[in-house]
Design a protein around this ligand. Structure first.
Ligand SMILES: *[C@@H]1O[C@H](CO)[C@@H](O)[C@H](O)[C@H]1NC(C)=O
Length: 364
């Protein structure tokens, strides 16, 4: 998502959307849109856990699997609310960090912890027995970027001493002279941290940074579409698929000018086959606790049945390409006309350069 790019022309009645969101956040206190509702939802956890140090942080962590935490930036200045995933693997002395958010740039001037690494190493997390996720930084990090957009890489400066993995699908796309444009930092007039990723091939299995022969059972998959460097990450042990911004629910799926809907369909088909194979295998193993692959995205969607979300997104995108969805808005982003679509009920929505839709229509 990259909401912050200035739209210059728009027909969707945004004032109506704003009023509905305002109404929802009053009626539903845990809906994390406005700071006053956040204060609401923060009260019970402070009251219920007297040992918890009251450190105001730009991040909130919740456990989504036995080893993995969703770390969410809940009030960032870009209104991206990106998901960061932190998987703690004590047996390999490793902490896997998937994406790094916006660098803790919070609207809340009172936050004390704006560094993701400081959060991971010092802030007590209720879902982790009130301990920090990597207390004192004892374990080493492997960082994976699902793609190079600014809201996923601004926190990288904390991890200059760690291995940073990125898709090797298009090294040119991530070259130092183009990353400032491709990360969308130019459009926002911000600077992204300098980083030197290790480019990984499709199917790469991550190993422990301290014991290179110890596999972490984490596979990286090239899934170009949203961007050429989009990467999916599959946790074999816990059957969790992390897909970055390739797709998610209840928020606009966004394609930048560098995206490709044609490649996106290819990657979605690939992931559907990948997930189907693993689901079938799991169902034939009686002793298996995890029964199906779950999916966790870069925004909004976390630990949901992967096949359902994949097939739902694909059907919506087919409706758009085949003209069954009507255009809900038009705006100009980075000099290009973008179209907005929204499924009835709002589960899936899309904002995308018109050029990419036309290109995809020529292929059907
Ligand atoms: C990887 O999977 C193998 C086989 O299931 C298991 O023995 C090993 O402990 C796993 N490694 C980690 C780091 O989880």
């Amino acid at each position: 998502m990259h909401k912050s790019q200035t739209p210059t022309l728009i027909t969707w009645p945004w004032s109506f959307t704003f009023l509905s969101v305002l109404a929802v956040s009053f009626l539903w206190p845990s809906f994390p849109i406005f700071p006053f509702t956040l204060l609401h939802s923060a009260t019970p956890s402070i009251r219920n856990s007297p040992r918890m140090a009251i450190t105001k942080s730009a991040f909130q962590a919740t456990r989504i699997t036995p080893s993995t935490f969703l770390v969410k930036e809940h009030n960032d200045i870009f209104s991206e609310r990106p998901h960061i995933y932190v998987k703690v693997i004590p047996s390999a002395g490793t902490v896997l960090v998937i994406d790094t958010g916006t660098g803790g740039k919070s609207n809340d001037n009172d936050v004390e912890v704006t560094s993701l690494r400081q959060f991971i190493e010092t802030v007590e997390v209720a879902d982790n027995d009130h301990r920090p996720l990597n207390e004192g930084g004892k374990m080493k990090y492997v960082v994976v970027t699902t793609h190079c957009h600014y809201d996923h890489i601004l926190g990288l400066e904390d991890f200059a001493d760690s291995v940073i993995l990125a898709s090797g699908h298009s090294k040119a796309f991530l070259s130092p002279d183009r990353i400032q444009e491709h990360s969308l930092a130019n459009a926002l007039n911000i600077k992204i941290p300098q980083y030197t990723p290790k480019f990984v091939p499709h199917g790469h299995v991550i190993t422990s940074p301290t014991h290179p022969r110890t596999s972490l059972n984490i596979t990286l998959l090239h899934t170009p579409g949203h961007t050429p460097d989009s990467l999916a990450i599959y946790d074999v042990n816990e059957m969790m698929l992390f897909v970055g911004d390739s797709f998610y629910e209840h928020d606009e799926i966004i394609f930048p000018s560098e995206g490709s809907i044609v490649k996106w369909f290819e990657s979605v088909d690939y992931l559907m086959t990948f997930v189907t194979e693993r689901n079938e295998k799991a169902q034939s193993r009686r002793d298996s606790r995890a029964e199906e692959v779950l999916v966790s995205s870069g925004h909004r969607t976390a630990a949901q049945p992967a096949m359902q979300v994949l097939s739902g997104t694909k059907a919506f995108m087919e409706d758009v390409i085949q003209g069954r969805e009507s255009i809900k808005g038009r705006l100009k982003v980075r000099g290009e006309v973008n179209l907005v679509y929204e499924q009835a009920g709002g589960r899936f929505s899309l904002r995308c350069p018109e050029r990419l839709i036309k290109e995809s229509r020529r292929r059907i």
